[in-house]
Ligand binder design. Structure first.
Ligand code: BEZ
Length: 260
């Protein structure tokens, strides 16, 4: 996350220190991109730039964009030889048509109503025959965590309808349909469970919630936030905490689509 979030103000230290798994898992997706020397590639939602750098190492001419200015500042600091810019998936424009758009762990931050617009932006940025290679949270992603958050919030009188869930986790059918409607040929699509161990022992679920699920806790006092986090941990401990490690119930959707 690489992140396109409701916030432009991601804590990049927390991200790089404790959530490196985001780009480590993303390396698998690079095999689907298979970047070639000289290709023009956009890393959409590049976060702090680790996967952008891998694409550059393959010899491609790559640029990274992210909605969060804090991420872009850190990416520039990490990899000064690569171009990074702040941009929004829903309305970015490129100077020259691209061979590929790559996106890891980002598009679940683009809500359902905006996804067709984001896909149209991606489509217009590609050459005919250009490829769109993406992985993000799919149907059922972090379902146990979301359920525990709603239930903890309800127990202090906050109904689900008043909580901002920032994510869109589509099924293959939904997302492939959006892609086809915008002029893509979907040549690969999978939805798979990828239980993801979180890095930092007992505090890992708390860190994950603070990093990624802060909208669920918006408008709560610091004391209430901790109360909710403790209640979530309590609910999830039996299923997602084993031998000192929290595991998030991630489910990934992976897509390769070609611009017609
Ligand atoms: C994901 O990569 O699936 C994800 C990351 C942060 C929050 C929610 C989902």
């Amino acid at each position: 996350m690489n992140n396109i979030s409701t916030s432009n103000n991601w804590d990049t230290a927390l991200y790089e220190d404790k959530h490196a798994f985001v780009w480590q898992y993303g390396e698998d997706l690079l095999k689907f991109l298979n970047p070639q020397p000289g290709e023009l590639i956009l890393d959409l939602g590049c976060g702090t730039g680790q996967l952008t750098e891998k694409i550059a190492q393959a010899g491609a001419e790559v640029m990274g964009v992210d909605h969060a200015s804090t991420m872009i500042e850190k990416a520039r600091e990490n990899y000064p030889h690569i171009r990074f810019d702040v941009a929004d998936a829903r309305n970015f424009r490129v100077g020259k048509p691209l061979d590929a758009v790559f996106s890891n762990a980002v598009l679940h931050w683009v809500k359902e109503a905006d996804s067709a617009i984001a896909i149209a932006s991606i489509h217009q940025s590609l050459k005919p025959g250009g490829r769109f290679v993406a992985e993000f949270g799919g149907k059922g992603n972090v379902q146990a965590i979301v359920k525990a958050l709603y239930s903890a919030l309800e127990s202090i009188g906050i109904p689900q309808a008043q909580v901002e869930n920032p994510w869109y986790y589509p099924s293959i059918g939904e997302y492939a349909t959006l892609l086809e409607e915008q002029g893509f040929d979907v040549i690969h699509s999978t939805l798979f469970a990828r239980p993801t161990p979180l890095a930092e022992g007992e505090a890992a679920m708390e860190n994950w919630i603070k990093m990624f699920a802060s909208t669920f806790l918006a408008r709560l006092s610091p004391e209430q936030q901790i109360q909710i986090i403790r209640a979530v941990e309590q609910q999830l401990k039996a299923t997602l905490y084993q031998q000192g490690t929290w595991t998030a119930d991630y489910r990934r959707i992976r897509i390769v689509a070609i611009k017609l």
